[in-house]
Design a protein around this ligand. Structure first.
Ligand SMILES: *Cc1c(COP(=O)(O)O)cnc(C)c1O
Length: 410
């Protein structure tokens, strides 16, 4: 028998994570299924930003670098990201952006595997991952970027490979790699691994230590709720810290930045991956984003995420199954925290449900993406989103010309 809206209300009443929704400021009536692109505003962020600006910057000024611990924020926040990804606190640094961290870590990996010149990655990876590697290859003689289809990765790992760069949860399909198996395959070939965790951190349980990952990067503005353009993070396994050298050897990665000496010498630990003065305003917002995970177990987040996705697929297939092709794994074990549906008019259909207050997004050529963020997505949201989608399809509302006009950001 199909589920009723009351059944979904009951699921919310029984949800052990329901309390966390109050940690966010969500516009009334909005069903926000795009936390995988930009996480919503944590309720505590505006007041904390105001206080930080007025008191720490406004009154305490330069003394705040010491007095309010500004200088250690990249490491302190790294330590808060660590439990979300199964890393030790001293292995994670919050700095720069995902793209820049990819550049730093990939260049470092080439240096750690002298004589090897190939970086293997997946075709159709998130574009910036591919672009950053292409840029790196242009500036490093003989470096080759070998992008191959997912199923051909194992055979692409030969003796020339220095690094395997993969995105754990695919941005379009949500498809998850078997991190442990792929890392082992890279290690068996003598290569290092760099995992892009942008679509997994805060949504999927991760254990970088158990998987023996070498290097990783991740995003602050998606599931970590750090705000638009929030800093990213990077992970360097403890066993590699002494051999890690950044190509962006800025003064704040120096062993003694305030001695102002002429010659570069790397700081000890993960701090050596730092380049510039951290953006304290941005880190303050990210800190509030990370606090929304306080006291929450990633296993509970993952369990709810899988259930939300399964239920959404079930409802869509019941009400408008023949309209869409499933663009993600049906088995939630291999699906990130999103459901992707395929339709040749996907762009207009997405615009039509956005006009009804159901916010997902569209990715070329035909993918409608619905992201589930267990800290604030309710079971009724899943029910109502599917109902709106079904109505838009049944009425043909999406055919209105205004829904076909393309905006710059999709
Ligand atoms: C969102 C995302 C990024 C973002 O990169 P920025 O440089 O921080 O803008 C990178 N890689 C993947 C896989 C992403 O999903």
């Amino acid at each position: 028998m199909s589920l009723t809206r009351a059944d979904f209300e009951q699921m919310d009443a029984d949800d052990a994570l329901a309390f966390a929704r109050d940690r966010f400021s969500i516009p009334d009536g909005l069903i926000y299924l795009d936390g995988n692109s930009l996480g919503v505003l944590p309720a505590a962020t505006p007041a904390r930003m105001k206080e930080m600006v007025e008191r720490e910057w406004g009154e305490d000024l330069i003394s705040s670098w010491n007095k309010h611990g500004w200088m250690d924020m990249p490491l302190d926040l790294g330590a808060k990201v660590a439990p979300l990804i199964g890393a030790a606190p001293e292995e994670v640094l919050v700095a720069d952006t995902v793209s820049i961290n990819i550049y730093k870590l990939a260049a470092a990996a080439l240096k750690m595997r002298p004589g090897r010149k190939v970086i293997v990655t997946e075709t159709g990876n998130f574009p910036t991952d591919l672009y950053m590697l292409q840029g790196l290859a242009e500036f490093h003689d003989g470096v080759e970027v070998r992008a191959v289809a997912r199923e051909n990765i194992p055979e692409a790992l030969d003796d020339d490979v220095a690094l395997l760069l993969l995105t754990h949860a695919h941005y379009k399909t949500g498809a998850l790699f078997d991190m442990q198996a792929m890392t082992k395959a890279a290690h068996d070939a003598g290569a290092l691994t760099l995992w892009d965790l942008s679509h997994s951190t805060g949504a999927v349980e991760l254990d970088l230590q158990a998987a023996r990952c070498d290097l990783a990067v991740g995003c602050g503005y998606k599931y970590l709720n750090g705000g638009p353009g929030a800093p990213g993070f990077l992970f360097i396994a403890k066993r590699h810290l002494d051999d890690f050298h950044t190509p962006l050897s800025g003064w704040l990665g120096h062993a003694k930045p305030f001695e102002f000496v002429d010659d570069y010498a790397p700081a000890s630990g993960v701090r050596r991956a730092m380049c510039s003065s951290p953006s304290i305003l941005a880190l303050t917002a990210l800190e509030e984003g990370l606090k929304t995970f306080d006291g929450v177990d990633m296993a509970d987040i993952r369990a709810k995420s899988r259930r939300l996705g399964d239920l959404f697929i079930q409802l869509v297939e019941e009400r408008c199954g023949e309209e869409f092709e499933l663009g993600c794994a049906r088995d939630s074990e291999w699906r990130g925290s999103q459901v992707s549906l395929r339709h040749k008019d996907g762009y207009a259909i997405m615009q039509a449900i956005i006009a009804r207050g159901v916010i997902g997004d569209f990715r070329d050529p035909d993918i409608l993406r619905f992201g589930f963020t267990p800290l604030y997505t309710r079971f009724v949201d899943v029910h109502d989103a599917a109902a709106h989608l079904a109505e838009v399809m049944e009425t043909g509302e999406w055919r209105e010309p205004r829904f076909a006009e393309r905006a710059a950001v999709t």
